[in-house]
Design a protein around this ligand. Structure first.
Ligand code: T1G
Length: 697
């Protein structure tokens, strides 16, 4: 019998138990163990019914994703599930935790499914650039009908046990958390009631009902909007549709063909890199797993503006009380009114009850004095980017906050060490860089200062998990990881327009690559004044920041979406960027003043100058140890800046583009465009020289 799957008989129930931590994934050993256990159960005369149950925190959470991209080993999952379904003894699956992907497909190949009420089921393969490849697209619609199966399979969203029962996916749901006991009771019921073998493949009423339906084309239309640039969601629809047009075995064959197309798509590799990257970033290099973590049970926030308000919502959403301090009462009132409006909008959409809105608002204490921070565990400063003001604030925090309080700045560019130097406890100072809108964006770029203690680093990574953010720990430099690379892209995007491109041409290249919006539409969303103030700050600090046509927009009061005019113009109530001839004239005028003769610029040049410059900078960031691994950069860009996850992030994408191609272009622009941003990174040169990739690091 295998290490990871056991068989034993209890009474006249043959119990097949999977025990393969952390999530009982269907690796080769589990698949062959299940097949052997099933065979044993078949031969066991004393077993009238077979029960499949799992140890640990969850039922099977899918195929073993780590095996993808490697040669497929027998037994394959489709064969395993077909063998299960063909069992001539009733098979019961007892589900707890999450039955996902191949795990749910295995349960669907059983004849009955019982679950505890806390369980969830789902087919999230589409999130990995795949589709259910072990019968999920053929068996699920036989239970739920076409529309629900399409919803579950094209979104990958999990469904709670009670809803799954209502949908016919489950046969029974019991309270309690002893899944073994729940399974045994149900299996005994199958025996006592003489329930027969019932194969999902033979259930056809829902198939007949939706045959010829136009729901498949409806989904294809809808996916054009919500799955722009993605490959597998459309293949999911084709596979489910096959269940309605083909006999079961041919449907299974069609599913397999489509599954292999997805497996071969580069998007699968990108999305799986993102899946594991999102988990790996929580393991910070050099920070032992057992580093003590300070428990954050109360939070203080300075500034009730857009960022301060959004940051506060993250904490009250998970029940942590927040004290918000502002300088003036009206700023405080305005900030809290925006938070309440956000929650009431969620309530209008049915995402929250009014009672929950009140509960969350009750966890926020407005204040006009720092004294109210004396007992909080963590303070986050979220005022605008001005070093002098930030140092003043941290000096005051140093006075009032209790020993052991974590002092964090939401700065998006400024030097954490300099901010920390305003206190006598730099070891307790750290950057916590949220992204706008802070209550929505998943990324939290935690920035370690040179004196930040391991305990504080571990604590802010734990805070990220607690408030359901993807926390990435990065080093301290101007703009940290994300903004440092973004600034390079911004500089190139500006130069490309100076030299002859239009803002909309540049933005289209980026949205065609898969970004939700381009460089200039993003400037309009963030506010042209934000970038303008940062450039003015740097000019005041004596840095040589060239003049730009964006400054002229700011000086004319074209601040972006908030003034319905920036680089683009916006119709009343619309966020759709519309090219504005006035801006084109302004840019032409700017070129004349700068003595620039515009030239034809290709989309390829725009792609290379806007994205390769980021990759070159990413390599420098790795050289300097500001990011520990290429995947840290990838996750920062996927969750903070909308880099398409199906391309795996900039560094993963660079490997797919070919580092030699990128280095050649970097060298070309170094001689044609110039500037330190095109200085080839030593790491890039070394990897190309050694024929290696960022993935090898
Ligand atoms: N394969 C391998 N490792 C997995 C895994 C899987 N399917 N799921 C999780 N892990 C690892 C994960 O990397 C982490 O490792 C640890 O388990 C805990 O995960 C033919 C083709 C189950 C809801 O897409 O959604 O079946 O970092 O930190 O927050 O149709 O993991 O500790 O070393 O996420 O409690 C379909 C993916 C596969 C489910 C638990 N299944 N997993 O969340 O813990 S494709 C999925 C999840 C498939 C068939 C197809 C979540 C979870 P480490 P965690 P969590």
């Amino acid at each position: 019998m295998s290490e990871v799957v056991s068989y034993n008989r209890e009474g006249n129930i043959g119990v097949i138990t999977v025990n393969y931590p952390p999530v009982n994934a269907l690796g080769q050993a589990v698949r062959s163990g299940l097949l052997a256990a099933l065979e044993q159960g078949q031969k066991d005369a004393g077993a009238k019914v077979l029960l499949l149950v799992c140890e640990g925190r969850t039922f099977i959470a899918g195929a073993d994703i780590r095996e993808f991209g490697k040669p497929m080993q027998e037994p394959t999952l489709p064969n395993l599930v077909n063998t299960f379904e063909n069992s001539d003894k009733p098979l019961v699956a007892a589900i707890h935790g999450t039955a996902l992907g191949g795990g749910l497909e295995t349960a669907l190949s059983c004849h009955y499914r019982v679950a505890v009420s806390s369980a969830k089921v789902g087919l999230p393969e589409v999130k990995l650039g795949l589709l259910p490849g072990a019968g999920g697209t053929q068996r699920l619609p036989r239970l739920t009908g076409a529309r629900k199966a399409l919803e579950m399979i094209t979104t990958g969203e999990f469904v709670g046990a009670k809803d799954a029962l209502a949908l016919g996916i489950l046969d029974a749901v019991e309270d309690g958390d002893d899944i073994h006991a729940v399974g045994m009771v149900y299996a005994q019921k199958v025996i006592d009631e003489g329930k027969p073998v019932r194969r999902v493949r033979d259930i056809t009423d829902k198939i007949e009902a939706d045959k010829g339906s136009d729901v498949f084309d409806q989904f294809r239309e809808e996916l054009k909007k919500r799955a722009r640039g993605l490959f597998s969601p459309f293949k999911c629809v084709d596979a489910v549709e096959a269940a309605f047009n083909l006999p079961f075995d041919e449907g299974m064959k069609r599913e397999r063909e489509l599954f292999m197309e997805c497996m071969e798509s580069p998007q699968r590799a990108g999305l799986i890199h993102s899946f594991f990257g999102e988990r790996e970033v929580s393991k910070v290099k050099g920070l032992p797993k057992d580093t003590p973590v300070r428990d954050v049970k109360s939070v203080g926030i300075i500034g009730a503006g857009t960022m301060g308000g959004g940051i506060a919502m993250n904490f009250v959403n998970v029940g942590i009380p927040v004290t918000i301090v502002e300088v003036k009462q009206d700023a405080l009132d305005k900030g809290l009114a925006i938070i309440r409006r956000n929650y009431e909008n969620s309530a209008k959409k049915g995402k929250l009850t009014q009672e929950q809105v009140e509960q969350r608002m009750a966890l926020i204490t407005p204040s006009l004095t720092y004294d109210d921070f004396r007992d909080v565990d963590l303070v986050i400063e979220a005022v605008f980017e001005n070093m002098a003001i930030k140092k003043e604030i941290f000096a005051k925090l140093d006075e009032v906050c209790k020993p052991g309080a974590i002092l964090a700045s939401n700065t998006s560019t400024l030097d954490i060490d300099e901010i920390a130097s305003a206190t006598r406890r730099p070891e307790d100072v750290v950057g916590m860089h949220f992204f706008s809108p802070a209550n929505v964006m998943k990324l939290l770029e935690n920035v370690r200062g040179s004196k930040t203690s391991d305990e504080v680093k571990a604590s802010v990574m734990a805070v990220a998990k607690k408030i359901k953010k993807v926390g990435v720990m990065v080093g301290n430099c101007y703009g940290f990881v994300g903004n440092r690379m973004l600034h390079k892209r911004g500089t190139e995007a500006m130069s490309l327009v100076d030299e002859g491109a239009t803002p909309q041409q540049v933005d289209k290249v980026l949205t065609d690559l898969g970004f939700p919006m381009g460089q200039f539409a993003m400037s309009d969303l963030a506010g042209i004044d934000v970038g303008y103030r940062i450039r003015e700050e740097r000019r005041k600090a004596g840095q040589d920041i060239p003049a730009s046509w964006l400054d002229k927009l700011a000086e004319q009061g074209r601040l972006g979406q908030k003034t319905q005019a920036g680089v683009y113009k916006y119709e009343e109530g619309s966020r759709k960027p519309v090219p504005d001839p006035e801006v084109e004239q302004l840019i032409e005028q700017f070129r004349k003043e700068q003595g620039i003769t515009p030239r034809e610029i290709t989309d390829q040049e725009i792609l290379e100058r806007c994205v390769y410059v980021m990759i070159n900078e990413g390599a420098k960031i790795l050289e300097e140890g500001i990011a520990d691994r290429p995947l840290d950069i990838d996750i920062v860009w996927i969750y903070g800046y909308g880099f398409p996850a199906y391309r795996g992030g900039p560094m993963f994408w660079a490997d797919q583009e070919g580092l030699d191609t990128i280095l050649a272009a970097v060298k070309k622009y170094h001689s044609t465009v110039g500037g330190e941003q095109w200085e080839p990174a030593a790491l890039l040169e070394r990897l190309v020289g050694e024929g290696k990739t960022f993935g090898d690091l």
